[in-house]
Design a protein around this ligand. Structure first.
Ligand code: IPM
Ligand code: MG
Length: 359
């Protein structure tokens, strides 16, 4: 890596540009404060890319991300592009990005800030102290399995199909990441599958159990996904690290986000490939786009994860986390986490408040 740290910025659609603008300002400030040279290059992805080029993940963006040290992404998708063929939908751009970079390990931390325990729809005693890391497999499973498609049958009716597929090496590598992450935390891994019904996830369970032989200092448990969904709401504090398939991870991380007050709070880092991708777990929220209602914290914390994981700037991560805590502590809230007695602020105001704390 040269002295200049090259960051590809892909705002995408909906609220993407608004939240990315705030995260970028935070990175610029960190760059100034620490004397780190960040070079930002914007690229097109998702619906914005479709509108400009007809392709949700254009060649130019592919070259850009491959030549970068880290990728910061907003969100993709929206009703405008929903009628398009699957192969050229905005979501394909995001999946293409993940696959191209080989970012197979998606870390989604769901940690509740004390300041927000009353903002959740769940009871305080259930969520206080929640600190879960969802390790979602990101480049395999039913999202990518072949064959897939929709066929017209002889009688004119249709058949739609996707394939859930995992190989031993794919499961081994994500399991290792989960155990390694657990060693830095509470040393507990819960592997989530549907091994009672799906053969593919029975293999998942067997391989995770095998990999665990090298991690005897970490406690391993297995849970069926339906039960895991229930346990996340019933007693989330039982979880430390959850490792699971691409689709189960997609669903469970949205559920886990509500433990923290709002899906607008959850950042993520996708690693294991040639370049890491840092993005909030939420979508493009077209219903509130352009109205200043979005919560930039998930994206700002994704930028913080970038500093920590891509550039080993752990102090900068802590500074940003503390700035967020300070702003929440003063009662400032975007609409998604608004509480009685709080001061409602816009997306850009929230970004500015966090910047002020950092300065
Ligand atoms: C996520 C999103 C994406 C996914 C969509 C936008 C393709 O829901 O990152 O969780 O399903 O992975
Ligand atoms: Mg999702």
């Amino acid at each position: 890596m040269s002295d200049v740290k090259k960051i590809a910025v892909l705002p995408g659609d909906g609220i993407g540009p608004e939240i990315i603008a705030e995260a970028r300002k935070v990175l610029e400030l960190v760059g100034e404060k620490t004397g780190t040279a960040f070079e930002f290059t914007e690229g097109l992805i998702g619906g914005a890319a479709i509108d400009a080029t007809g392709n949700p993940f254009p060649e130019e963006t592919q070259e850009l991300v491959k030549a970068s040290d880290a990728v910061m992404l907003g969100a993709v998708g929206g009703p405008k592009w929903e009628g398009l063929d699957y192969a050229i939908r905005p979501e394909r751009g995001l999946l293409g990005l993940r696959a191209t970079l080989g970012a197979f390990a998606n870390l989604r931390p769901a940690k509740i800030y004390d300041e927000l325990v009353d903002a959740s729809t769940l009871k305080k005693e259930v969520i206080e102290g929640v600190d879960i890391m969802v390790v979602r497999e990101l480049t395999g499973g039913i999202y990518f399995g072949e064959p897939k498609g929709v066929e017209v049958l002889a009688d004119g009716s249709k058949k739609g199909f996707n394939t859930l597929v995992y190989t031993t090496p794919e499961i081994e590598r994500i399991a290792k990441i989960a155990f390694d992450v657990a060693r830095q935390r509470g040393r507990k891994v819960c592997s989530v599958d549907k091994a009672n019904v799906l053969e593919c996830t029975e293999l998942w369970r067997d391989v995770v159990t095998d990999v665990h032989k090298d991690y005897k200092d970490v406690e391993l448990s297995h849970m069926y996904v339906d039960n895991a969904a229930m346990q996340l709401i019933r007693n989330p504090k039982q979880f430390d690290v959850i490792v699971t398939t691409n689709m189960f991870g997609d669903i469970l991380s949205d559920a886990a986000s509500m433990l923290t007050g709002s899906i607008g709070m959850l950042p993520s880092a996708s690693m294991g490939g040639m370049v890491g991708i840092y993005e909030p777990i939420h979508g493009s929220a077209p219903d509130i786009a352009g109205q200043g209602k979005a919560n930039p914290i998930a994206t700002i914390m994704s930028a913080a994860m970038m500093l920590k994981y891509a550039f080993a700037m752990d102090d900068a991560y802590d500074d940003i986390d503390n700035a967020v805590i300070a702003v929440l502590g003063k009662g400032f809230r975007t609409p998604d986490i608004m509480q009685e007695g709080g001061t409602e602020v816009t997306c850009s105001k929230m970004g500015e408040l966090i910047l002020n704390e950092l300065t």
